[in-house]
Design a protein around this ligand. Sequence first.
Ligand code: FCB
Length: 474
Amino acid sequence: MNTLNTTTWPQGFLWGSATAAAQIEGAAHEGGKEDSIWDHYARQPLAVANGDTPEVAVDHYHRMNDDVQLMKELGLDSYRFSTSWARVVPGDRTPNAEGLDFYSRLVDSLLEANILPWLTLYHWDLPQALQEKGGWANRDTAYRFAEYAEAVYTALGDRVSHWTTFNEPLCSSLIGHVAGEHAPGLTDPNLGLAALHHQHLAHGLAANRLRELATARSREIELGITLNLTNAVPNDPSDPIDRDAARRIDGLWNRMFLEPLVLGAYPTDVIDDLREYNFEQYVQEGDLEIISAPIDFLGVNHYHDDNVSGHPAPRDATPGLRPTTKPGRSPFVGSEFVTMPPRDLPRTAMDWEVNPSGLRHLLVRLGKEYPTLPPLYVTENGASYDDTREGDAIDDPQRASYIAQHIQAVADAIADGADVRGYFVWSLLDNFEWAWGYNKRFGIVYVDYDTQERIPKQSAKEYAALIAATKAAV
Ligand code: FCB
Protein backbone atom coordinates (compact mmCIF):
# COMPACT_ATOMS: atom_id res chain seq x y z
CA MET A 1 0.00 0.00 0.00
CA ASN A 2 2.94 2.29 0.63
CA THR A 3 3.68 2.60 -3.04
CA LEU A 4 0.63 4.80 -3.59
CA ASN A 5 1.21 8.34 -4.64
CA THR A 6 0.46 10.11 -1.39
CA THR A 7 0.54 13.61 -2.80
CA THR A 8 -2.64 13.24 -4.87
CA TRP A 9 -5.05 13.40 -1.94
CA PRO A 10 -7.12 16.52 -1.52
CA GLN A 11 -6.61 18.50 1.66
CA GLY A 12 -8.81 17.15 4.43
CA PHE A 13 -9.46 13.80 2.70
CA LEU A 14 -10.97 11.54 5.38
CA TRP A 15 -9.55 8.09 6.04
CA GLY A 16 -11.97 5.92 7.93
CA SER A 17 -13.42 2.56 8.64
CA ALA A 18 -17.02 1.43 8.96
CA THR A 19 -19.20 -0.92 10.98
CA ALA A 20 -22.93 -1.30 11.70
CA ALA A 21 -24.76 -1.75 15.00
CA ALA A 22 -26.35 -5.15 14.36
CA GLN A 23 -23.08 -6.54 13.04
CA ILE A 24 -20.85 -5.67 15.99
CA GLU A 25 -22.67 -4.54 19.13
CA GLY A 26 -24.13 -7.74 20.54
CA ALA A 27 -25.97 -7.03 23.83
CA ALA A 28 -29.04 -7.64 21.73
CA HIS A 29 -31.30 -7.76 24.78
CA GLU A 30 -29.36 -5.63 27.22
CA GLY A 31 -29.55 -2.00 28.28
CA GLY A 32 -33.23 -1.88 27.35
CA LYS A 33 -32.74 -3.02 23.75
CA GLU A 34 -35.43 -5.22 22.26
CA ASP A 35 -35.59 -7.26 19.06
CA SER A 36 -34.74 -5.73 15.74
CA ILE A 37 -35.88 -7.50 12.58
CA TRP A 38 -32.40 -9.03 12.33
CA ASP A 39 -32.64 -10.54 15.84
CA HIS A 40 -36.01 -11.98 14.92
CA TYR A 41 -35.07 -13.12 11.41
CA ALA A 42 -31.84 -14.81 12.55
CA ARG A 43 -33.86 -17.07 14.84
CA GLN A 44 -35.84 -18.47 11.91
CA PRO A 45 -34.59 -21.88 10.77
CA LEU A 46 -32.16 -21.68 7.82
CA ALA A 47 -32.32 -17.88 7.62
CA VAL A 48 -28.66 -17.38 8.56
CA ALA A 49 -25.71 -19.70 7.92
CA ASN A 50 -24.95 -22.00 10.89
CA GLY A 51 -27.90 -20.55 12.78
CA ASP A 52 -25.68 -17.58 13.73
CA THR A 53 -27.35 -14.57 15.37
CA PRO A 54 -26.39 -10.98 16.27
CA GLU A 55 -27.01 -11.73 19.97
CA VAL A 56 -23.35 -11.40 21.01
CA ALA A 57 -21.66 -10.42 17.73
CA VAL A 58 -18.23 -9.02 18.59
CA ASP A 59 -19.40 -7.62 21.91
CA HIS A 60 -18.61 -4.06 20.91
CA TYR A 61 -21.28 -2.83 23.36
CA HIS A 62 -18.98 -3.87 26.21
CA ARG A 63 -15.66 -3.28 24.45
CA MET A 64 -16.37 0.09 22.92
CA ASN A 65 -13.54 1.96 24.66
CA ASP A 66 -10.94 -0.61 23.59
CA ASP A 67 -12.29 -0.55 20.04
CA VAL A 68 -11.95 3.23 19.89
CA GLN A 69 -8.40 2.87 21.19
CA LEU A 70 -7.74 0.46 18.30
CA MET A 71 -9.08 3.04 15.83
CA LYS A 72 -6.78 5.63 17.35
CA GLU A 73 -3.79 3.34 16.97
CA LEU A 74 -4.65 2.87 13.30
CA GLY A 75 -4.75 6.65 12.87
CA LEU A 76 -8.33 6.80 11.55
CA ASP A 77 -9.71 10.28 10.86
CA SER A 78 -13.29 9.11 11.03
CA TYR A 79 -15.40 6.17 12.19
CA ARG A 80 -18.63 5.29 10.43
CA PHE A 81 -21.06 3.48 12.74
CA SER A 82 -24.80 3.10 13.00
CA THR A 83 -27.21 3.58 15.86
CA SER A 84 -29.69 0.82 16.54
CA TRP A 85 -33.28 2.02 16.36
CA ALA A 86 -34.35 -0.91 18.56
CA ARG A 87 -31.85 0.22 21.23
CA VAL A 88 -32.86 3.87 21.01
CA VAL A 89 -36.63 3.30 20.80
CA PRO A 90 -37.17 -0.28 21.99
CA GLY A 91 -40.48 -1.86 21.14
CA ASP A 92 -41.63 1.31 19.36
CA ARG A 93 -42.30 3.01 22.67
CA THR A 94 -40.42 5.96 24.20
CA PRO A 95 -36.72 6.76 23.73
CA ASN A 96 -34.48 4.69 25.97
CA ALA A 97 -32.03 6.85 27.93
CA GLU A 98 -29.69 3.91 28.51
CA GLY A 99 -29.50 3.14 24.80
CA LEU A 100 -28.82 6.76 23.93
CA ASP A 101 -26.20 6.90 26.65
CA PHE A 102 -24.20 4.13 24.95
CA TYR A 103 -23.94 6.23 21.77
CA SER A 104 -23.22 9.35 23.77
CA ARG A 105 -20.26 7.61 25.43
CA LEU A 106 -19.10 6.29 22.04
CA VAL A 107 -19.20 9.80 20.57
CA ASP A 108 -17.30 11.25 23.53
CA SER A 109 -14.70 8.58 23.28
CA LEU A 110 -14.26 9.17 19.54
CA LEU A 111 -13.94 12.92 19.98
CA GLU A 112 -11.42 12.44 22.72
CA ALA A 113 -9.39 10.28 20.32
CA ASN A 114 -9.73 13.01 17.68
CA ILE A 115 -11.85 10.76 15.43
CA LEU A 116 -14.80 12.28 13.58
CA PRO A 117 -18.05 10.40 14.34
CA TRP A 118 -19.88 9.55 11.08
CA LEU A 119 -23.31 8.42 12.19
CA THR A 120 -25.80 6.33 10.19
CA LEU A 121 -29.35 6.16 11.49
CA TYR A 122 -30.50 3.06 9.62
CA HIS A 123 -28.30 0.12 8.76
CA TRP A 124 -31.11 -2.42 8.28
CA ASP A 125 -32.24 -3.08 11.86
CA LEU A 126 -35.86 -1.94 12.14
CA PRO A 127 -37.44 -2.58 15.55
CA GLN A 128 -39.39 -5.84 15.28
CA ALA A 129 -42.30 -4.06 16.99
CA LEU A 130 -42.60 -1.81 13.93
CA GLN A 131 -42.32 -4.77 11.58
CA GLU A 132 -45.35 -6.19 13.33
CA LYS A 133 -47.23 -3.04 12.35
CA GLY A 134 -46.32 -3.55 8.70
CA GLY A 135 -42.70 -2.39 8.76
CA TRP A 136 -41.45 -0.42 5.77
CA ALA A 137 -44.46 -1.44 3.69
CA ASN A 138 -46.48 0.75 6.05
CA ARG A 139 -46.16 4.45 5.20
CA ASP A 140 -46.42 5.35 8.89
CA THR A 141 -42.94 3.87 9.49
CA ALA A 142 -41.43 6.79 7.57
CA TYR A 143 -42.89 9.23 10.11
CA ARG A 144 -41.67 7.06 12.99
CA PHE A 145 -38.20 7.20 11.46
CA ALA A 146 -38.21 11.00 11.58
CA GLU A 147 -39.15 10.82 15.28
CA TYR A 148 -36.33 8.36 15.93
CA ALA A 149 -33.90 10.64 14.04
CA GLU A 150 -35.00 13.51 16.26
CA ALA A 151 -34.43 11.45 19.43
CA VAL A 152 -30.88 10.62 18.32
CA TYR A 153 -30.22 14.21 17.26
CA THR A 154 -31.49 15.56 20.58
CA ALA A 155 -28.99 13.36 22.43
CA LEU A 156 -25.98 13.69 20.11
CA GLY A 157 -26.49 16.71 17.88
CA ASP A 158 -24.29 18.89 20.07
CA ARG A 159 -21.30 16.67 19.17
CA VAL A 160 -22.10 14.86 15.92
CA SER A 161 -21.93 16.89 12.72
CA HIS A 162 -22.10 14.13 10.03
CA TRP A 163 -25.45 12.38 9.66
CA THR A 164 -26.41 9.64 7.21
CA THR A 165 -30.05 8.64 7.07
CA PHE A 166 -29.92 5.23 5.33
CA ASN A 167 -27.35 2.65 4.39
CA GLU A 168 -28.07 0.84 1.11
CA PRO A 169 -31.85 1.15 0.88
CA LEU A 170 -31.72 -1.25 -2.09
CA CYS A 171 -30.91 -4.06 0.34
CA SER A 172 -33.35 -3.10 3.06
CA SER A 173 -36.20 -2.69 0.57
CA LEU A 174 -35.90 -5.01 -2.41
CA ILE A 175 -33.49 -7.62 -1.08
CA GLY A 176 -35.34 -7.90 2.25
CA HIS A 177 -38.89 -7.79 0.88
CA VAL A 178 -38.70 -9.30 -2.61
CA ALA A 179 -35.70 -11.60 -2.67
CA GLY A 180 -36.24 -12.63 0.96
CA GLU A 181 -32.52 -12.97 1.59
CA HIS A 182 -32.35 -10.31 4.27
CA ALA A 183 -34.65 -9.47 7.16
CA PRO A 184 -37.63 -9.35 7.23
CA GLY A 185 -37.25 -12.24 4.75
CA LEU A 186 -40.33 -11.50 2.63
CA THR A 187 -40.85 -12.32 -1.03
CA ASP A 188 -43.54 -9.96 -2.24
CA PRO A 189 -42.70 -7.42 -4.95
CA ASN A 190 -45.54 -5.17 -3.84
CA LEU A 191 -44.18 -4.96 -0.31
CA GLY A 192 -40.68 -4.35 -1.68
CA LEU A 193 -41.77 -1.42 -3.82
CA ALA A 194 -43.82 0.08 -1.01
CA ALA A 195 -40.77 -0.27 1.28
CA LEU A 196 -38.54 1.36 -1.32
CA HIS A 197 -40.69 4.45 -1.58
CA HIS A 198 -41.34 4.68 2.17
CA GLN A 199 -37.60 4.52 2.91
CA HIS A 200 -37.04 7.38 0.49
CA LEU A 201 -39.81 9.32 2.18
CA ALA A 202 -38.28 8.53 5.59
CA HIS A 203 -34.93 9.83 4.34
CA GLY A 204 -36.48 13.12 3.23
CA LEU A 205 -38.57 13.60 6.37
CA ALA A 206 -35.57 12.91 8.61
CA ALA A 207 -33.24 15.10 6.55
CA ASN A 208 -35.64 18.02 6.81
CA ARG A 209 -36.19 17.43 10.52
CA LEU A 210 -32.46 17.26 11.28
CA ARG A 211 -31.76 20.35 9.21
CA GLU A 212 -34.47 22.30 11.08
CA LEU A 213 -33.19 21.16 14.47
CA ALA A 214 -29.61 22.10 13.60
CA THR A 215 -30.62 25.49 12.23
CA ALA A 216 -32.67 26.28 15.31
CA ARG A 217 -29.61 25.58 17.45
CA SER A 218 -27.13 27.28 15.06
CA ARG A 219 -25.16 24.07 14.63
CA GLU A 220 -23.14 22.88 11.66
CA ILE A 221 -24.61 19.78 10.04
CA GLU A 222 -23.61 17.65 7.06
CA LEU A 223 -26.46 15.44 5.87
CA GLY A 224 -26.36 12.59 3.43
CA ILE A 225 -27.33 9.05 2.48
CA THR A 226 -25.31 6.00 1.47
CA LEU A 227 -26.27 4.04 -1.66
CA ASN A 228 -24.77 0.84 -2.99
CA LEU A 229 -24.16 1.62 -6.62
CA THR A 230 -22.93 -0.65 -9.36
CA ASN A 231 -21.79 -0.64 -12.96
CA ALA A 232 -24.18 -3.00 -14.73
CA VAL A 233 -22.04 -4.42 -17.51
CA PRO A 234 -23.75 -6.26 -20.40
CA ASN A 235 -22.30 -9.74 -20.70
CA ASP A 236 -22.08 -9.33 -24.45
CA PRO A 237 -22.02 -5.59 -25.22
CA SER A 238 -22.94 -6.26 -28.85
CA ASP A 239 -26.11 -8.15 -27.86
CA PRO A 240 -29.21 -5.91 -27.52
CA ILE A 241 -30.81 -8.39 -25.10
CA ASP A 242 -27.84 -8.18 -22.74
CA ARG A 243 -27.70 -4.42 -23.16
CA ASP A 244 -31.36 -4.12 -22.16
CA ALA A 245 -30.73 -6.34 -19.14
CA ALA A 246 -27.94 -3.95 -18.12
CA ARG A 247 -30.29 -0.98 -18.54
CA ARG A 248 -32.87 -2.67 -16.30
CA ILE A 249 -30.37 -3.53 -13.60
CA ASP A 250 -28.85 -0.03 -13.70
CA GLY A 251 -32.39 1.35 -13.48
CA LEU A 252 -33.59 -0.82 -10.63
CA TRP A 253 -30.45 -0.80 -8.51
CA ASN A 254 -28.96 2.65 -9.20
CA ARG A 255 -31.39 5.09 -10.79
CA MET A 256 -34.46 4.16 -8.68
CA PHE A 257 -32.43 5.31 -5.67
CA LEU A 258 -30.36 8.17 -7.08
CA GLU A 259 -32.93 9.98 -9.18
CA PRO A 260 -35.68 10.68 -6.64
CA LEU A 261 -32.97 12.14 -4.39
CA VAL A 262 -31.08 14.11 -6.98
CA LEU A 263 -33.67 14.87 -9.66
CA GLY A 264 -36.89 14.65 -7.65
CA ALA A 265 -38.35 12.00 -9.99
CA TYR A 266 -38.31 8.24 -10.42
CA PRO A 267 -36.87 7.00 -13.73
CA THR A 268 -39.73 6.56 -16.16
CA ASP A 269 -38.26 3.52 -17.95
CA VAL A 270 -38.10 1.61 -14.65
CA ILE A 271 -41.62 2.65 -13.65
CA ASP A 272 -42.67 1.33 -17.02
CA ASP A 273 -40.75 -1.96 -16.52
CA LEU A 274 -42.66 -2.32 -13.24
CA ARG A 275 -46.08 -1.31 -14.58
CA GLU A 276 -47.76 -4.54 -13.49
CA TYR A 277 -47.01 -3.48 -9.89
CA ASN A 278 -48.26 0.08 -10.32
CA PHE A 279 -45.42 1.63 -8.34
CA GLU A 280 -46.96 5.09 -8.51
CA GLN A 281 -49.76 4.06 -6.13
CA TYR A 282 -47.28 4.59 -3.28
CA VAL A 283 -46.18 8.09 -4.28
CA GLN A 284 -48.36 10.84 -2.82
CA GLU A 285 -48.42 14.48 -3.80
CA GLY A 286 -45.49 16.36 -2.28
CA ASP A 287 -43.45 13.21 -1.53
CA LEU A 288 -40.82 13.82 -4.19
CA GLU A 289 -40.26 17.33 -3.00
CA ILE A 290 -39.56 15.99 0.49
CA ILE A 291 -37.33 13.21 -0.85
CA SER A 292 -35.23 15.58 -2.95
CA ALA A 293 -34.39 17.86 0.00
CA PRO A 294 -30.79 19.02 -0.56
CA ILE A 295 -28.05 16.78 0.82
CA ASP A 296 -24.45 17.68 1.56
CA PHE A 297 -22.77 14.43 0.57
CA LEU A 298 -23.52 11.11 -1.10
CA GLY A 299 -22.00 7.98 0.41
CA VAL A 300 -21.10 5.36 -2.19
CA ASN A 301 -20.66 1.71 -1.22
CA HIS A 302 -19.00 -0.35 -3.91
CA TYR A 303 -17.39 -3.78 -3.86
CA HIS A 304 -17.71 -5.05 -7.44
CA ASP A 305 -19.44 -4.50 -10.75
CA ASP A 306 -22.30 -6.68 -12.00
CA ASN A 307 -22.08 -8.55 -15.23
CA VAL A 308 -25.60 -9.12 -16.52
CA SER A 309 -27.31 -11.02 -19.27
CA GLY A 310 -30.88 -11.11 -20.56
CA HIS A 311 -30.58 -14.72 -21.71
CA PRO A 312 -31.78 -17.70 -19.70
CA ALA A 313 -29.10 -19.20 -17.52
CA PRO A 314 -27.64 -22.18 -19.36
CA ARG A 315 -28.71 -25.09 -17.16
CA ASP A 316 -25.98 -27.37 -18.39
CA ALA A 317 -23.22 -24.81 -17.98
CA THR A 318 -20.14 -26.32 -16.42
CA PRO A 319 -19.46 -25.25 -12.84
CA GLY A 320 -17.54 -22.03 -12.90
CA LEU A 321 -19.37 -20.92 -16.00
CA ARG A 322 -22.75 -21.13 -14.38
CA PRO A 323 -24.20 -17.74 -13.53
CA THR A 324 -23.84 -16.89 -9.88
CA THR A 325 -27.35 -16.37 -8.62
CA LYS A 326 -26.34 -14.12 -5.79
CA PRO A 327 -28.84 -13.71 -2.99
CA GLY A 328 -31.62 -11.55 -4.26
CA ARG A 329 -29.61 -9.73 -6.83
CA SER A 330 -32.31 -9.79 -9.49
CA PRO A 331 -35.55 -9.46 -7.62
CA PHE A 332 -37.79 -8.32 -10.43
CA VAL A 333 -36.14 -9.09 -13.65
CA GLY A 334 -36.77 -12.82 -13.66
CA SER A 335 -34.42 -15.74 -13.65
CA GLU A 336 -33.07 -14.92 -17.08
CA PHE A 337 -31.46 -11.71 -15.81
CA VAL A 338 -28.61 -12.92 -13.72
CA THR A 339 -25.26 -11.80 -12.61
CA MET A 340 -23.04 -13.79 -14.87
CA PRO A 341 -19.79 -15.35 -13.73
CA PRO A 342 -17.12 -12.75 -13.20
CA ARG A 343 -15.21 -11.85 -16.30
CA ASP A 344 -12.00 -13.79 -15.89
CA LEU A 345 -11.19 -11.77 -12.78
CA PRO A 346 -9.96 -12.90 -9.37
CA ARG A 347 -12.68 -13.32 -6.76
CA THR A 348 -13.01 -12.83 -3.03
CA ALA A 349 -14.45 -15.35 -0.58
CA MET A 350 -17.89 -13.89 -1.36
CA ASP A 351 -17.34 -14.87 -4.99
CA TRP A 352 -17.26 -11.16 -5.83
CA GLU A 353 -14.98 -10.12 -8.65
CA VAL A 354 -11.96 -7.95 -7.92
CA ASN A 355 -12.01 -5.13 -10.43
CA PRO A 356 -10.79 -1.79 -9.02
CA SER A 357 -11.26 -0.03 -12.33
CA GLY A 358 -15.01 -0.44 -11.74
CA LEU A 359 -14.79 1.83 -8.69
CA ARG A 360 -12.85 4.44 -10.64
CA HIS A 361 -15.36 4.31 -13.48
CA LEU A 362 -18.35 4.56 -11.12
CA LEU A 363 -17.03 7.58 -9.20
CA VAL A 364 -16.19 9.43 -12.40
CA ARG A 365 -19.45 8.68 -14.19
CA LEU A 366 -21.61 9.67 -11.19
CA GLY A 367 -20.30 13.23 -11.36
CA LYS A 368 -20.75 13.33 -15.12
CA GLU A 369 -24.24 11.83 -15.21
CA TYR A 370 -25.51 13.86 -12.24
CA PRO A 371 -23.75 17.22 -12.27
CA THR A 372 -25.75 18.45 -9.26
CA LEU A 373 -24.55 15.66 -6.98
CA PRO A 374 -22.86 16.83 -3.79
CA PRO A 375 -19.33 15.56 -2.91
CA LEU A 376 -18.87 11.81 -2.73
CA TYR A 377 -17.45 9.65 0.03
CA VAL A 378 -16.67 5.98 -0.47
CA THR A 379 -18.45 4.84 2.67
CA GLU A 380 -17.76 1.11 2.16
CA ASN A 381 -15.26 -0.92 0.20
CA GLY A 382 -13.37 -3.99 1.29
CA ALA A 383 -13.11 -7.74 0.91
CA SER A 384 -13.77 -11.04 2.62
CA TYR A 385 -11.11 -13.71 2.55
CA ASP A 386 -10.68 -16.84 4.66
CA ASP A 387 -8.11 -15.69 7.18
CA THR A 388 -5.98 -18.07 9.15
CA ARG A 389 -4.36 -17.26 12.42
CA GLU A 390 -0.71 -18.17 12.85
CA GLY A 391 0.10 -17.35 16.46
CA ASP A 392 -0.57 -13.65 16.82
CA ALA A 393 -0.18 -12.71 13.18
CA ILE A 394 -2.87 -12.66 10.54
CA ASP A 395 -1.36 -12.30 7.10
CA ASP A 396 -4.02 -11.26 4.63
CA PRO A 397 -2.10 -10.17 1.55
CA GLN A 398 -5.16 -10.53 -0.68
CA ARG A 399 -7.26 -8.15 1.42
CA ALA A 400 -4.34 -5.73 1.76
CA SER A 401 -3.92 -5.77 -2.00
CA TYR A 402 -7.68 -5.39 -2.63
CA ILE A 403 -7.78 -2.31 -0.40
CA ALA A 404 -4.61 -0.82 -1.91
CA GLN A 405 -5.88 -1.29 -5.45
CA HIS A 406 -9.22 0.30 -4.64
CA ILE A 407 -7.61 3.25 -2.89
CA GLN A 408 -5.51 3.72 -6.00
CA ALA A 409 -8.74 3.61 -8.03
CA VAL A 410 -10.13 6.42 -5.84
CA ALA A 411 -6.97 8.46 -6.44
CA ASP A 412 -7.32 7.85 -10.19
CA ALA A 413 -10.99 8.88 -10.10
CA ILE A 414 -10.04 12.12 -8.33
CA ALA A 415 -7.39 12.72 -10.98
CA ASP A 416 -10.14 12.18 -13.59
CA GLY A 417 -12.28 14.86 -11.97
CA ALA A 418 -14.43 12.99 -9.42
CA ASP A 419 -15.11 14.96 -6.24
CA VAL A 420 -14.33 12.28 -3.65
CA ARG A 421 -13.62 13.46 -0.12
CA GLY A 422 -13.06 10.28 1.88
CA TYR A 423 -12.66 6.52 1.97
CA PHE A 424 -14.00 4.13 4.65
CA VAL A 425 -12.79 0.57 4.57
CA TRP A 426 -15.35 -2.12 5.35
CA SER A 427 -14.85 -3.22 8.00
CA LEU A 428 -12.94 -2.30 11.10
CA LEU A 429 -13.66 -5.68 12.73
CA ASP A 430 -14.68 -9.12 11.57
CA ASN A 431 -18.39 -9.28 12.30
CA PHE A 432 -21.88 -10.70 11.72
CA GLU A 433 -22.14 -10.70 7.93
CA TRP A 434 -25.95 -10.86 7.75
CA ALA A 435 -27.24 -14.05 6.11
CA TRP A 436 -23.67 -15.37 5.94
CA GLY A 437 -23.35 -15.20 9.73
CA TYR A 438 -19.80 -15.24 11.05
CA ASN A 439 -18.55 -17.24 8.06
CA LYS A 440 -17.32 -14.30 6.07
CA ARG A 441 -14.61 -12.11 7.54
CA PHE A 442 -14.35 -8.55 6.21
CA GLY A 443 -12.39 -7.00 9.10
CA ILE A 444 -8.98 -5.42 8.88
CA VAL A 445 -8.88 -6.44 12.53
CA TYR A 446 -9.32 -10.15 13.23
CA VAL A 447 -11.75 -11.19 15.94
CA ASP A 448 -11.38 -14.52 17.71
CA TYR A 449 -15.05 -15.32 18.21
CA ASP A 450 -14.36 -17.57 21.22
CA THR A 451 -12.40 -15.04 23.23
CA GLN A 452 -13.37 -11.76 21.48
CA GLU A 453 -9.67 -10.99 21.19
CA ARG A 454 -8.87 -8.39 18.50
CA ILE A 455 -5.73 -8.76 16.37
CA PRO A 456 -4.92 -6.19 13.66
CA LYS A 457 -4.31 -8.03 10.40
CA GLN A 458 -1.56 -7.18 7.92
CA SER A 459 -4.19 -5.14 6.02
CA ALA A 460 -4.82 -2.99 9.11
CA LYS A 461 -1.11 -2.33 9.51
CA GLU A 462 -0.72 -1.40 5.85
CA TYR A 463 -3.81 0.83 5.96
CA ALA A 464 -2.45 2.58 9.06
CA ALA A 465 0.90 3.07 7.30
CA LEU A 466 -0.83 4.54 4.26
CA ILE A 467 -2.81 6.97 6.43
CA ALA A 468 0.37 8.04 8.22
CA ALA A 469 2.21 8.47 4.91
CA THR A 470 -0.51 10.67 3.41
CA LYS A 471 -0.45 12.87 6.52
CA ALA A 472 3.32 13.13 6.37
CA ALA A 473 3.11 14.16 2.70
CA VAL A 474 0.78 17.11 3.34
C1 FCB B 1 -22.76 -4.05 2.50
C2 FCB B 1 -23.35 -3.76 3.86
C3 FCB B 1 -22.41 -4.03 5.01
C4 FCB B 1 -21.62 -5.29 4.79
C5 FCB B 1 -20.94 -5.27 3.43
C6 FCB B 1 -20.08 -6.47 3.15
O1 FCB B 1 -23.76 -4.32 1.59
O2 FCB B 1 -23.75 -2.40 3.94
O3 FCB B 1 -23.16 -4.07 6.19
O4 FCB B 1 -22.41 -6.38 4.96
O5 FCB B 1 -21.92 -5.16 2.43
